[in-house]
Design a protein around this ligand. Structure first.
Ligand code: GLU
Ligand code: MG
Length: 431
């Protein structure tokens, strides 16, 4: 008999929301075997609750949410809040066939295709920034802020550890009330699962401690943004890291440059999946250390793709540490889809022979970057870029693509007439 009375089986949708169903934990073994019911139209629920009008699924159809046993975490009892068990699920058709619109399935298929066509495996890690309200004002990176957030911080690190998320760093960030939490690298599906779980565990604990929390990309347009940075590396079938070549610019191997070329080439359309809220593009502007343009650079925090530093301290091996960081994502995006579109774009780069990208060196001046391509300036522009990028469109079931476009346009419509501050507040309240 499980000590948790209730088990929740969840998916994460296009609004980045975790939704699902609970059942008695006594029935857990059965649910793991057969899944529980779900509805296709749920994919068209927008961030603000309402369902996008005119969506493609209508009122018919049925799915199963089939939990992946590997994702199970226990949220421990806390005060008078009982504990519960939580699983992430794949959405399948009633007969168990994969549903092509399921974001998690879409990532699994992207990873399988990369493996089949290149023999490569993706290692990833997702860094999250978020803000806690109700703390005294404090300085960037200050010990005082970390202490002011206690016991939340220590409890969070312990909780993530118990849940198997392998927390790595917990730090006071630059902005007021801002923190960052990082977890260890893992295979890409696990990394995306961890991102889905981490946000829920942080929100749940913060609410229980009476701390307002938001992962919104930019809670106040005049303030600092919350990024979600995706670290990626590749290994060959024998498990050897393949992104590093010390003889080449930035230490990036020829294979790594080709993979990067795909992400850079399709970047404008990718942002429609990685930064998909009505205010995401207020964050993606120069001088915010988010992403100042579509470029690949050595250790530059304004790059879309940053070549991260490596270190030999303590016997470290640069080849195993070497990774690329995609900086134009935020927590309004679905982590499975973010990882998937980066992998798909990288695969296009590996297989289509795009030109080698420029690797901007560490001493590049801002003025030198004037020539680099700009990101979309708004979600409207990103959605238009997605609609005109035939290669990116071709990755998706037409219903998934149409639902993303209609949900995101509906979210824009729901905030129409509001100024930047009011839009940022609305988004912040949801995330
Ligand atoms: N807050 C920045 C962002 O919006 C990232 C700062 C950093 O950790 O480099 O992405
Ligand atoms: Mg940071």
């Amino acid at each position: 008999m499980d000590h948790n009375a209730v088990t929740f089986v969840a998916t994460c949708d296009l609004a980045g929301q975790v939704r699902g169903r609970a059942m008695p934990s006594d029935d857990q073994a059965g649910v793991l075997r057969t899944g529980t019911g779900w509805v296709p139209a749920n994919l068209a629920i927008s961030s603000f609750g309402a369902i996008a009008p005119g969506h493609v699924f209508g009122s018919t159809g049925d799915l199963r949410l089939v939990p992946d046993p590997a994702t199970g975490v226990d949220i421990p009892a806390d005060g008078n809040r009982p504990g519960m068990r939580l699983y992430l699920a794949d959405q399948t058709l009633p007969d168990g066939e994969p549903w092509p619109c399921c974001p998690r399935t879409f990532l699994r298929h992207a990873l399988e295709e990369l493996r089949e066509r290149t023999g490569l495996e993706v290692t990833a890690s997702v860094e999250h920034e978020f803000m806690l309200g109700g703390l005294p004002r404090s300085h960037p990176f200050a010990l005082q802020r970390l202490r002011d957030a206690e016991p939340f911080g220590s409890d969070l690190v312990r909780l993530l550890g118990q849940a198997g998320l392998e927390p790595e760093n917990w730090l006071p960030e630059f902005g007021d009330g801002q923190f960052e939490i990082t977890v260890r690298p893992s295979d890409a599906l696990t990394a995306a699962d961890r991102a889905v779980l981490l946000r829920e565990l942080v929100r749940d604990l913060a609410r229980r401690r009476g701390l307002p929390v938001t992962f919104a990309p930019i809670p106040d347009p005049a303030g600092v943004g919350n990024g979600v940075h995706i670290h990626l590396s590749l290994r060959d079938a024998a498990g050897r890291p393949v992104l590093h070549d010390p003889a080449r610019r930035g230490g990036l191997s020829a294979l790594g440059a080709r993979f990067s070329a795909g992400i850079l080439r399709h970047a404008r359309a990718l942002t429609a999946w990685t930064a998909p809220s009505p205010v995401s593009f207020l964050r993606l502007t120069p001088d915010r250390w988010s992403t100042g343009g579509v470029f690949l650079a050595e250790r530059n925090r304004e790059a879309l793709l940053r070549i991260c530093p490596t270190s030999r301290i303590g016997g470290g091996d640069p080849a195993t540490q070497f990774n690329l960081e995609y900086r134009a994502a935020d927590a309004t995006a679905n982590p499975w889809l973010v990882l998937a579109v980066l992998v798909r774009a990288g695969l296009e780069g590996l297989t289509r022979g795009y030109d080698e990208p420029v690797v901007w060196p560490e001493d590049t001046k801002e003025s030198d970057l004037a020539e680099v391509a700009a990101l979309p300036r708004s979600l409207e522009e990103a959605l238009a870029a997605l609609e005109t990028d035939d290669i990116v469109r071709s990755w998706f079931d037409p219903r998934l693509l149409a639902t993303q476009l209609s949900v995101k346009r509906y979210e824009l419509a729901q905030l129409e007439g509001l100024d930047h501050e009011a839009r940022a507040r609305k988004v912040s309240d949801v995330y």
